[in-house]
Design a protein around this ligand. Structure first.
Ligand code: NDP
Length: 490
């Protein structure tokens, strides 16, 4: 289950079993990657680097466009593997994950040809200054299980468009689509060694990858807790780090909002991917005059959400990633209940879904304290907490009152209120009268404990380049006026 130097091969680490979360059935197995596989993959990436970095941007772009074309031909296969491995309804993987990934691939194929910098000029008067943007080298990338294919794409594409080579370690739970993604790249003409995928655990494969001296930059998407460890390890070797971490997105509904739009937006924003989305709407703050009606409408809509087998196109919501993760989600809901919050809907394991799966009902909670765990900590499950507010000042303060800052939304018909929310909410993305949509041209990334660095867009492309200033003397003089600051020898 490893993809090293352009071919699939077996790992040398502990056995790995990949399970379909919706049914509990094993769908793949084999030895995981360990430090020896990390060594082989990093060596392959290091050897491939000069050739790939030496191609013209146009040549890299052509290969990546071909990659996007091949992904289109494999779209159905990718969607069904993603759906099976991550427990997602087929509608979500075939209408969101896969087309989003193909679009991202095409976007970065174009971005490869847009190396921007400051204009070359004689800023000192005596030199021509110019900027070079250069690839960094071997990038060690680590991705989570919630959107395995899109996360692999977000890590790999900007890095290789800029001329780097990559060793990606996806989550041990969801490695399958990343392997197909890399294989399709090779089919498109990406040379062996430019993209390597190691499937294994964080400790056995992730940590040696972060520590490897030939890895010049570490790009990590995952929890804030593991992100801190990765950053600390990388800091020891002064490696560049890119961190996309957890989120706890606020959803602020002012009293002049379109209530139906806000209620529908809250249900879609909270339940997308069973809430296992770092930008999911998790805390709705609703101005008091709309509060009761909003809660009622959200509850009605949640009642209509269909849970079912992931391959059924009628299924709205699939399974959580594992029963272990479901225990974590239900533990948080139970603690909220015990501390006095009201569970308006859900808060239970449904009785009509496979017992070995990890389903959980859409859950709506009111009456939680702002300082409570359910409001402050990432749940990563289908749980929406709704709290009231009175003034606009209070809404903004509540929205900013968690350690996270990845995404937020504000709902109002007033341009002044929405603009204020956009200005004052501390998050990498603020949606106005919507919540969730993403687009290849625009960046995704956090403030505060949600990390730093951007995925997608030209900003991500820049993250994977070094900026070099080249300063060339244009006077051809041996005695330069500035030397006199240091010495005046004849
Ligand atoms: P984790 O932080 O648990 O794991 C993320 C990745 O890190 C996995 O591949 C994991 O491997 C690996 N890992 C674990 N320990 C180490 C280590 N010591 N050194 C190197 N790598 C390690 O996150 P989850 O997989 O549970 O994903 C959910 C989290 O991801 C949520 O917090 C979510 O908010 C965040 N996320 C953030 C996004 C963003 O853009 N900001 C987007 C999507 C998710 P393994 O699990 O195989 O052991």
């Amino acid at each position: 289950m490893q993809f090293i130097n352009g071919t699939r091969r077996s790992g040398s680490g502990a056995p790995l079993s990949v399970v379909a979360p919706a049914t509990g059935a094993e769908i793949a197995s084999g030895p995981g990657a360990n430090a020896a596989d990390v060594e082989a993959a990093v060596t392959a990436a290091r050897e491939a680097f000069p050739g790939w970095a030496g191609l013209t941007p146009g040549a890299r772009s052509d290969i990546m466009h071909e990659w996007a074309r091949i992904l289109k031909t494999r779209a159905e296969e990718l969607a069904s593997v993603e759906s099976l491995n991550a427990g997602k309804p087929i509608r979500l993987s075939s209408e969101f994950d896969v087309p989003g990934t193909i679009d991202n691939t095409a976007f970065f194929a174009g971005a490869a040809r847009h190396l921007d910098g400051k204009a070359s000029a004689e800023y000192s008067g005596d030199h021509t200054s110019s900027i070079r943007r250069e690839p960094i080298g071997v990038i060690g990338s680590i991705s989570p299980w919630n959107y395995p294919l899109q996360m692999a794409a977000w890590k790999i594409l900007p890095a290789i468009a800029a001329g780097n080579t990559v060793v990606l370690k996806p989550s041990e739970l969801t490695p399958l689509s990343s392997l197909i993604f890399a294989e399709a790249a090779t089919e498109a003409g990406v040379p062996p060694g430019v993209i390597n995928v190691l499937t294994g655990t964080g400790l056995e494969a992730g940590q040696p990858l972060v520590e490897h001296p030939a890895v010049a930059m570490v790009s990590f998407t995952g929890s804030t807790a593991v992100g801190k460890q990765v950053a600390a390890t990388a800091a020891g070797a002064v490696k560049r780090v890119h961190l996309e971490l957890g989120g706890k997105a606020p959803f602020v509904v002012f009293d002049d909002a379109d209530l139906e739009a806000a209620a529908r937006g809250a249900v879609a924003g909270a339940l997308i991917n069973v809430g296992q989305d770092c930008t999911a709407a998790t805390r709705a703050y609703v101005q008091r005059p709309l509060f009761e009606e909003f809660v009622g409408r959200v509850a009605d809509l949640m009642d209509q959400v269909r849970l079912g087998p992931v391959e059924d196109p009628e299924t709205d919501m699939g399974s959580l990633i594992s029963r272990k993760h479901r225990d974590k989600v239900s533990g948080m809901v139970e603690r909220a209940r015990e501390s006095g919050a009201k569970i308006v809907r859900g808060g239970r394991i449904p009785d009509h879904t496979p017992e070995a799966g990890a389903y959980y009902e859409p859950t709506l909670i009111t009456g939680a304290a702002q300082s409570s765990e359910i409001v402050q900590q990432e749940i990563f499950g289908p749980v929406l907490v709704v709290l009231p507010f009175d003034t606009d000042d209070e809404a903004i303060a509540l929205a900013n009152d968690t350690p996270y800052g990845l995404a937020a939304s504000a709902w109002s018909r007033s341009v002044f209120r929405t603009q204020r929310a956009a200005r004052e909410i501390q998050a990498g993305c603020v949606w106005i009268n919507d919540h969730i949509p993403i687009i290849s041209e625009m960046p995704h990334g956090g403030y505060k404990s949600s990390g730093f660095g951007k995925d997608m867009s030209a900003y991500a492309f820049e993250e994977y380049t070094n900026i070099k200033h080249v300063m060339s003397d244009i006077t051809a003089e041996a005695r330069k006026p500035w030397h006199e600051v240091i010495f005046r020898a004849e």
